[in-house]
Design a protein around this ligand. Sequence first.
Ligand SMILES: [Fe+2]
Length: 270
Amino acid sequence: MNKLPRSRADKALHKKDILFAAELRGIKPSEIKTELSNSSSIINRRSFLIASAGSATWLAMGGLSRFAQAAPASPFVLPALPYAVNALEPVITAYTIGFHYGKHHKAYVDDLNKLVAGTEYADMPLEKIITETSGKADKSGIFNNAAQVWNHTFYWQGMKSKGGGEPPIPLKQKIDAYFGSVDACKKELVSAAASQFGSGWAWLILDGEKLKVIKTSNADNPLTMGKKPPFTIDVWEHAYYLDYQNLRSDYVNAVLDKLINWEFIMQNAD
Ligand SMILES: [Fe+2]
């Protein structure tokens, strides 16, 4: 991995963004400063407790699809990360997640709420807004923000600290059946991610019973094709540029080898 060299100014900014991302997750600024000055591990435990509570709620709801269908309409809320802001280090740094989750994902939520206020979309679940506005040029702002909210919420769930390794046996058998091997599946994902021109997403989708890899541009996602995705990886530059600069494939390979959450994928691959 080719990380940016960190100057003292970089480190100060890094700390600032950790604080910002943690604050978004309900930690008071005074508490964050105290915790960081006393022990860098306290913020991790505090964040972990918040993330764990979110994960428990998530699991109780049975995963993203049921969660999304059950989610209320606007105002939409930025969902808690399912792990601490630094849980994916060193593959994805807290510095990147501070911007990606705390600023980009949050901005999509905020902009969506502004755009749907007072419209027919204000009372719709997120997934319905996406399918209703897809392909409508005059609704592209609503579509882009709604889809990006959904895509990012889904993306975070597909990774975990100390992920990677081998999939559970039932999922491995299914991947073997459609790709030949787990490595071949991962290679298709890397190829799709690397060949996506400009911003977009690489996806593992269910096409009927069959698992396939596709890529989409900008905010587009498989829901608009009537397909269910078990996994996605964000290949917008904001997802990896601070950590990997132009080496998009290195980022994708590292996520697939070290962070991929196979259990989450299995839940969504039936
Ligand atoms: Fe993103």
